[in-house]
Ligand binder design. Structure first.
Ligand SMILES: [Zn+2]
Length: 379
């Protein structure tokens, strides 16, 4: 998931928002305003809207804290975390590697729900300290601060419970996967089971949501069905990812890299390069060298970004993707990791460097072809 709006960096983790989140922020504020109007109509619209907006913002902070807890545990366990993106259905922490053992997976998965439960109870206790009592004033807290704390308390606990539903990719799915992994010692089997349970949960959500919709729940029912549909897709995606990881096990970057890439001088005119090399040989990857040193990679992707009229005025060096911007792989990098890196950076090719020497170039196309070949022979 790509962030459309960047919020900044905390503990070295980039925080971002997906556009779909804005819609939810709007709906949450709207429903909070409706809730406060219902419970405390005497407040007046200014107080109601201010409380709704502030409560919405604090909820947003609570979701970020949930995700940051996942990220901090991942980092403590040696897994680098690149970013956290909030979208319509919550947050996604982008962890750059899969856990290496069941315990890491367990603690990483359960950390977020624990954070939400703690936040929830802290809010409820704070409300109680201000005089709110769950027995008599469950639905009618008196002051805006109390009302906000009570709502935040319940919503964070609900969030934790929802996330502990044991279907991948929810946190509960991760925890289930860790437990099955720990019992069976088989990570593939654990992921398959967690993904399968995730699919069953997703279908139940869809069925229940549609049933609710026809029973008159309206938008709420459709929303539940939509969450189910999202979970179904995500569970399917994690399932196929396991299959790919399994198929690529034991293979390294050096096995599929091409070492026959053509070399182009950075000073070459772009138009000349297109006419004399690209259009003649149909090559897919070109390494750009400057004074004998590798300085970047050039593919049709970069050329397409430049309007045709500019080609004759530019050099290959100006258009290439510079080496600093590219991840380089070691020949010993596992193929599944190479594929993950390419998917994350949204790039189709990566240079493979051995020490300081360029060993070759690896492309998604090569890997896909390899997967096809293996699938054809595996009956
Ligand atoms: Zn979580």
């Amino acid at each position: 998931m790509r962030a459309h709006i960047r919020l900044g960096t905390v503990f070295g983790v980039q925080l971002g928002l997906h556009f779909s989140w804005l819609l939810i922020a709007f709906l949450v504020t709207l429903s909070l305003a409706a809730h406060f109007t219902f419970v405390n109509p005497e407040w007046g619209s200014l107080v109601i809207w201010t409380t709704a907006i502030v409560t919405g913002l604090l909820f947003f902070v609570a979701v970020i804290l949930h995700e940051l807890t996942h990220a901090v545990v991942a980092k403590m366990r040696g897994l680098p975390v690149r970013s956290i993106t909030l979208f319509a259905l919550g947050g996604v922490a982008q962890i750059e590697k899969e856990s290496g053992d069941a315990a890491t997976e367990f603690w990483m998965g359960i950390a977020g729900p624990i954070a939400s439960v703690v936040i929830g109870f802290v809010c409820l206790f704070a409300a109680a300290a201000l005089g709110w009592s769950p027995e008599t004033q469950m639905l009618a807290p008196q002051t805006p601060v109390m009302a906000a704390l009570v709502w935040l308390g319940y919503i964070n606990i609900i969030l934790a419970v929802f996330n502990m539903i044991p279907g991948f990719p929810l946190d509960g799915g991760r925890v289930l996967r860790a437990i099955v992994w720990w019992i069976t010692g088989n990570v593939d089997r654990a992921t398959r089971i967690a993904a399968r349970v995730g699919q069953v949960v997703a279908v139940l959500f869809i069925v229940w949501g549609i049933f609710q919709f026809f029973s008159g729940a309206g938008f709420g029912g459709l929303w539940i069905a939509f969450i189910g549909w999202f979970l179904l897709n995500a569970a399917g995606a994690s399932h196929s990812q396991v299959e790919v990881t399994r198929a690529l096990r034991g293979l390294k970057a050096a096995d599929v890299m091409r070492s026959d890439c053509q070399i182009i001088d950075a000073r070459t005119n772009l138009q000349d390069f297109v006419d004399q090399h690209l259009m003649r040989t149909g090559g897919r990857c070109y390494l750009v060298v400057e004074n004998g040193h590798l300085s970047g990679l050039l593919t049709t992707h970069e050329i397409k970004e430049i309007s045709r009229g500019q080609w004759s005025k530019m050099t290959v060096g100006q258009v290439m993707r510079p080496l600093e911007d590219l991840h380089t792989l070691d020949p010993q990098t596992p193929l599944s990791e190479a594929l993950e890196t390419m998917a994350r950076d949204d790039i189709n090719q990566l240079p493979v460097v051995s020490g300081t020497r360029l060993a070759g170039v690896i492309s998604r196309g090569n890997i896909v072809q390899l997967l096809r070949t293996r699938a054809e022979l595996e009956v």
